[in-house]
Write a protein of this length. Structure first.
Length: 368
């Protein structure tokens, strides 16, 4: 199998090398401070005895797993700490596809591009399933696509890139479909702290032995460099997932897990509420400017991405580069995320310059 450089890195590199000031709205790196307790825990860690600088348990340190178990209402032994949510997704997807239950993965379109990439890495076939116009789940489309060859269904809520927050009733229906064809459902909930509607409900509430829930702290604690994620697996799938994790990684970072464990216990809800409010304000300002630019857009119910479409300016890689060169704004081409929004461009709101970026887009598309 041949591997290409992910388009994310290609666009970011192009923006960095541009011969002008460019506002990066490609990366999902939060620009705000991590929790104070996390910084304090890191400082304290430096004074711990040498034993604390050695391998942690492969499945992760107990304190963090217990803190997650309490928050998510699950047994601690179902939790495997991973190197980011990306590895958690890989473990869940691998478990679904290694059971001799089929080799097809159903992925919702638009799709986070690492899902099809991981599917192909696991020598399986991705099938894109259309979603509703607002990005919500189309249960009938899932039912039509599912077959005896379907071993895996991947959901992401709140969704990247659409911002849709999936109705839990529809998630339940998808899980029932999975049961009919012997598939597992991996539900990536990494943006669960960024639900702007109050309607998000975890797939864990379904109590299904067909559901693997993944998440992490990269986004919610603004620590993408720490690489601390986790998978919550049904009992029968924990052992194989732990074995694959151990063979690939041996273990994760003990200092990072230690710091996250302390921050998870000590950080008040106000920290997360402030981040949501900051993002909501940015989304309001950005979409308001898009109105002025005559753009069509999808206002996200969750997460921190805005999809927009400009008349006569399809969201191709070539046009994204034009925006970098001529407007000084870097977004992601829509065809990165499948086929459903290939005319659109995705913009990340995790920059304090989001309003300035919107004003640049207004000037550019109004011919100012």
């Amino acid at each position: 199998m041949e591997y290409e450089e992910p388009k994310f890195f290609h666009v970011m590199k192009y923006g960095i090398e541009a011969d002008r000031d460019v506002i990066d709205m490609v990366s999902g790196n939060p620009d705000w401070e991590p929790p104070t307790a996390l910084r304090e825990a890191l400082s304290a860690y430096a004074e711990l005895p040498p034993a604390e600088f050695q391998y942690p348990p492969s499945e992760g340190i107990r304190d963090l797993r217990e803190a997650i178990a309490v928050r998510r209402g699950v047994d601690v032994d179902r939790i495997v700490l991973t190197n980011g949510t990306g590895e958690a997704n890989y473990l869940g997807m691998a478990r679904a596809l290694e059971r001799d239950a089929g080799s097809e993965a159903l992925l919702m379109d638009p799709v986070y591009p690492y899902y099809p990439g991981k599917t192909e890495l696991l020598d399986s076939e991705p099938t894109l399933v259309p979603t509703e116009r607002d990005g919500g789940l189309d249960v009938d489309a899932v039912r039509e696509a599912a077959s005896e060859g379907t071993a895996l269904i991947v959901l992401n809520t709140p969704n990247n890139p659409t911002g849709a927050v999936y109705d839990i009733g529809k998630v339940r229906e998808v899980v029932e479909i999975a049961g009919e064809v012997d598939a597992l459902v991996v539900v990536d909930e990494v943006y669960d702290r960024f639900d702007h509607t109050g309607r998000f409900e975890s797939a864990l509430s379904l109590g299904s032995d067909r559901v693997v829930v993944t998440s992490g702290f990269s986004k919610s604690m603004a620590i993408t460099g720490f690489r601390v994620g986790y998978a919550i697996l049904p009992d029968e799938h924990v052992g194989p997932a732990k074995t694959r994790h151990m063979l690939v990684n041996v273990a994760g970072s003990r200092p990072a897990q230690y710091a996250v464990a302390h921050a998870l216990e000590a950080t008040e809800p106000a920290y997360y509420a402030e981040a949501r409010e900051r993002l909501s304000d940015r989304i309001d300002a950005f979409t308001g400017a898009l109105d002025a630019a005559g753009a069509e857009y999808a206002r996200p119910d969750g997460g921190f991405y805005v999809l927009a479409r400009f008349d006569g300016f399809p969201g191709t890689l070539e046009n994204v580069k034009r925006l970098i060169d001529e407007a000084g704004v870097a977004g992601m081409p829509g065809d990165t995320f499948g086929t459903a929004r290939d005319d659109w461009i995705r913009f990340a709101m995790v920059t304090p310059r989001s309003l300035e970026a919107a004003e640049r887009l207004v000037d550019y598309f109004s011919g100012a």
